[in-house]
Ligand binder design. Structure first.
Ligand code: NAP
Length: 304
């Protein structure tokens, strides 16, 4: 997907780095470049960084061979990698960004990771004279491509105020929800909402199919009433058609629900439906759906 042109607020140009040019990071870094910031990118698979530079390349973008080299001289270092272990590697691992950052620079982590690693890295950053904001995102690939992500942040107010206008290049909202780790906890709340809702929608559609209803018509009708949701509007019809080769992968959702269930074991929250839906997603994985969109929960109800 190409990053479409969008308008950007006038913000003084910053020197920034972006680590991780995956489905999300590639377009996010692209918006930073288009907004006029001096961007250096790092990607573990170097060919993707070269591809990114070709797409957004002008005199103000560069590629670097390690997170440490990318972070050197940056005011803000953004990252969007896979999980806790990956984040550990690009921050404090060999050639990690923390070793290259200048005093006072801010590391902004857009990975969906645990609240625990956010707090650990926040503490480690402070010890080194750096700042750390956990900043997971919602809005999916389309949100990243369109520069319309919702970013939920945890950390300290002063560095947050510095990064917010810059992160708005790829966002429609960037909000500080609490201290370190609170951004990751807010993302967990988001995922609990989605898991239960998608299972409810799957059951409703599978029921409607068995009842012999014209489901596209029914979705148009009930989508104007109290049952309406983002999932219904954006996924209802494709669920009926059995199309799942797009969107947010089941493997990622299982990682996220694993983080949620682990946090719930610590804080005592009861999540019976979420735990069950996590097992349903495990079943979808065994059906070959690791990379299917999360709306594929319906597949286990409509097979055979
Ligand atoms: P992705 O396409 O798989 O990209 C992951 C990126 O992280 C790649 O650039 C990968 O490098 C890099 N990476 C992974 N492990 C690394 C390591 N150990 N060291 C250095 N780089 C490493 O994933 P994505 O879809 O962009 O998702 C990224 C994060 O955003 C995940 O935490 C995900 O849960 C979250 N998220 C995703 C979506 C979505 O719709 N996709 C929505 C919201 C949140 P290589 O190119 O070398 O593999």
């Amino acid at each position: 997907m190409n990053t479409p042109t969008r308008t950007y607020d006038a913000v003084p140009a910053q020197t920034v780095a972006f680590l991780g040019l995956g489905v999300m990071g590639h377009p996010m870094a692209g918006h930073l470049a288009r907004a006029g910031h001096r961007v250096t990118v790092y990607n573990r698979t170097a060919a993707k960084a070269a591809d990114w530079a070709k797409t957004y390349g002008d005199a103000s973008v560069k590629t670097a061979d390690t997170p440490q080299l990318a972070a050197a001289g940056a005011d803000i270092v953004f990252a969007c990698v896979g999980n806790d272990a990956d984040l550990q590697q690009v921050t404090t691992g060999a050639d990690g960004a923390f070793a290259g950052m200048k005093p006072g620079a801010v590391f902004v982590d857009h990975t969906t990771a645990s609240a625990e690693i956010a707090r650990q890295l926040h503490g480690e950053a402070l010890r080194r004279g750096l700042q750390f904001i956990d900043a997971p995102v919602s809005g999916g690939q389309a949100g990243a491509v369109n520069g319309a992500l919702t970013v939920m942040c945890g950390g300290d107010a002063t560095p947050f105020a510095r990064i917010k206008p810059v992160a708005m290049a790829f966002s429609k909202a960037v909000t500080l929800v609490g201290g370190s780790g609170a951004g990751q906890l807010a993302k967990m709340v988001n995922q609990v909402c989605i898991a239960g809702l998608v299972q409810g929608l799957s059951e409703a559609l599978a029921f409607g199919q068995r009842a012999g209803l014209d489901l596209p018509l029914v979705l148009d009708v009930i989508g104007k009433g109290a049952a309406q949701s983002w999932q219904m509007d954006n996924r209802g019809k494709t669920m009926v058609e059995g199309k799942f080769d797009f969107g947010f992968a089941v493997d990622w959702m299982r990682k996220d629900l694993g983080l949620v269930l682990e946090e719930a074991r610590r804080n005592g929250a009861q999540l019976p439906v979420t735990a069950l839906v996590d097992q349903f997603y495990a079943e979808v994985q065994t059906m070959g759906g690791q990379r299917w969109d999360t709306s594929s929960l319906i597949a286990r109800l409509t097979r055979g």
